[in-house]
Design a protein around this ligand. Structure first.
Ligand SMILES: [Zn+2]
Length: 365
């Protein structure tokens, strides 16, 4: 029961563990998915419309009536505070009731999206991306495709004990473009750009990147990120609307909300994105170790990336403003985890690594 779509790619393998049974429970999915993906613009527009309308209505009121309303508000200050308190309790309950425990990391996560909903989002993205890259997809008979699929399969096969691996139909699409990137959708669709191969010296390094990207899916990072963003937008809706009520000029209002949103992103979202990257590095290293890849390549690879790249945001001092940790931070973190990863390789019965690895070069084919 292998799903085949459009013939522009193939399911990575015909191994039975990659076959997923398609679940068709759709009842409670449609509305939340739209809300989750559009919550940011919706919240921003709502606060703008709400705040501006309240301000407009207030300005139109005669002064006497304004004073009466202010008196009423002052008299009911206690009630406002109480309703604010109960809203806070409600939000806290909402937060606590969606906490999940992640056995892989031992971390409590705030997740409201179900894996099925995340899969739907992934599948929608998948169709869209395939349309965009049509014409530059590397055929599945190409030696480069075959080599990447071999590495991807090794990782998936070695980690088939994980539900997040065995419950998906994994696919691989190799895109012929000079982009140094690879990513995996929550639905299990792996994308690799041929530009990545030019940065990797061998397929173990490709495997390190793939393990990291697959780890994002295993850890449900998309679900967690969308939940967190939606929740933050809900919480920020009140102060954002208030900003629009209090600021008399639209131009200043836009500037202030832009500043407010940027500060919220820098303080709340970016550190979390960097945290997820490090977490995916850690779990990715375990996935790679189980697949008997040369895990020693991981810190080496990121160190090479830091040498090759002249991206300003990879500067450690600017890490604070980036969604990704600086390559040097990643390298150091991975170096600390190598010993454990090598132990996992031994437990999994992998061949001992020679001092000088003889892995296949990405440039040989
Ligand atoms: Zn990542």
């Amino acid at each position: 029961m292998i799903r085949k779509i459009a013939g522009s790619f193939m399911t990575i393998s015909k191994l039975p563990y990659i076959v997923r049974t398609l679940k068709t429970s759709q009842k409670r999915e449609k509305l939340p998915i739209i809300l989750f993906t559009l919550i940011k613009p919706i919240a921003r527009i709502t606060s703008y419309v709400l705040g501006r309308n309240v301000r407009g209505a207030w300005i139109k009121l005669p002064q006497k009536q304004q004073r009466t309303y202010i008196e009423i508000m002052k008299a009911n200050r206690g009630k406002f505070l109480l309703s604010g308190f109960f809203s806070g309790v409600g939000l806290y309950y909402l937060y606590e009731s969606h906490i999940q425990y992640c056995p892989m990391t031992g971390r409590r996560k705030f997740v409201a999206l179900t894996p099925d909903q995340a899969r739907k989002i992934g599948e929608a993205n998948f169709t869209q991306i395939l349309e965009e890259v049509e014409g530059i997809i590397v055929p599945e008979t190409d030696p480069v495709y075959l080599q990447i699929s071999k590495v991807a399969n090794a990782i998936l096969h070695a980690n088939r004990d994980l539900r997040q691996i065995y419950d998906k139909t994994w696919t691989l699409t190799v895109i012929d473009a000079p982009v140094v990137n690879a990513f995996v959708l929550p639905s299990g669709n792996i994308f690799v750009y041929t530009g990545l191969l030019k940065t990797c010296d061998n397929y173990d390094e490709v495997g390190i990147v793939l393990s990291h990207e697959i780890a994002h899916v295993v850890l449900g990072h998309v679900e967690e990120k969308l939940t967190r963003t939606s929740f933050l937008q809900m919480v920020l809706l009140v102060p954002m609307s208030l900003l629009w009520v209090l600021i008399p000029h639209d131009g200043i209002g836009f500037l202030t909300t832009w500043f407010f949103n940027s500060v919220a992103d820098i303080m709340l979202e970016l550190p979390f994105s960097r945290f997820m990257e490090i977490e995916a590095d850690d779990v990715g290293l375990v996935l790679a170790a189980k697949a008997c890849l040369d895990v020693r390549k991981a810190p080496e690879f990121w160190s090479k990336m830091s040498l090759n790249r002249d991206d300003a945001l990879q500067n450690e001092d600017l890490e604070f403003f980036s969604t990704h940790p600086a390559d040097k931070t990643r390298q150091e973190n991975l170096e600390n985890k190598i010993e454990n990863a090598l132990k996992i390789r031994t437990v999994c019965g992998c061949e001992e690594l020679s001092r000088k690895s003889k892995t296949k070069s990405t440039r040989s084919s």
